[in-house]
Design a protein around this ligand. Structure first.
Ligand code: SF4
Length: 255
């Protein structure tokens, strides 16, 4: 169990994170586009996020009970950090972007058709499972883009109401604030090796400076697969991109 000292340290970390964000473009935009529209909900989100136990291993539920995320029940979204993209050999789509040529153009392809770096790529695995299960899929980059691509559409049009996100544990609390303030209930799954563990490395990664390739450990992979239902490959996977987000063709919003 977490000690009181550890608990208050983690709360301080989150508040420091929020205060530092205020001097960045993301912080001001978040206040204007989310917090100012729903100040009471944002305050409640800050309080709830402060109670998240980000020091312990395992997944964290945000804004609801453990069965809140159900893939295939639109509008749901699955996100995974760009840092999961391989570096050696490198991702053919580049690293600090929302692109995945494998999902967008070779969706569902297997065997020799799949480029070597993609064969064991976690983005391909999680993305394929998400899209087959009926959820949108998003390669997460900066906080600024997540605001534009996830929080604001959720707030303005209820584009996403549930989510499952694979990201560094250091980001759990501030990320949860954005999710809850924009009305998304979500399951947060921690990255394994290579994840950011302090503000300096997080800030560099937020600008695309991230040399390490992160991993998803076996427990987290099993959790994601269980949540996504492990839909068997039936026919070709048809994917449509809207902005920076990939959707199963059948459930894509209008262009
Ligand atoms: S599957 Fe992975 S390596 Fe291949 S294009 Fe997508 S993100 Fe890059």
């Amino acid at each position: 169990m977490r000690s009181g000292v550890e608990s208050s340290r983690l709360s301080r970390v989150m508040w420091m994170f929020c205060l530092r964000s205020l001097v960045r473009e993301y912080g001001w935009l978040f206040i204007r586009q989310v917090a100012a529209r729903h100040p009471w909900r944002t305050l409640k989100a800050l309080r709830a996020a402060g109670r998240i136990d980000a020091a312990e291993r395992g997944v964290v539920e945000v804004g609801g009970g453990p069965s809140d995320f159900r893939a295939g029940e639109p509008p749901s979204i699955v996100g995974a950090g760009f840092c999961l993209k391989p570096v050696d050999p490198p991702c053919p789509s580049g690293r600090f972007n929302h692109d995945c040529v494998c999902l967008e153009r070779l969706a569902g392809a297997d065997g020799a058709a799949v480029p070597v770096p993609c064969r064991s790529c976690a983005i391909r695995g999680i993305g394929t499972q998400s899209l087959r299960a009926g959820s949108a899929f998003y390669v997460m980059t900066s906080a600024r883009d997540i605001l534009d691509d996830v929080y604001v559409p959720a707030l303005e049009s209820r584009r996403f109401t549930t989510g499952l996100f694979v990201l560094c544990r250091y980001s759990f609390k501030p990320f949860a604030v954005g999710l809850m303030a924009s009305g998304i209930r979500a399951r947060l799954v921690p990255l394994g090796q290579g994840d950011c563990r302090n503000y300096r490395t997080w800030l560099l990664a937020d600008r695309g400076i991230k040399g390490e390739q992160t991993t998803v450990d076996a427990t987290a992979s099993a959790d994601v697969a269980a949540r996504l239902g492990g839909a068997p490959p039936v026919g070709p996977l048809r994917v449509v991109r809207r902005g920076n987000v990939l959707f199963p063709a059948a459930g894509a919003p209008a262009a």
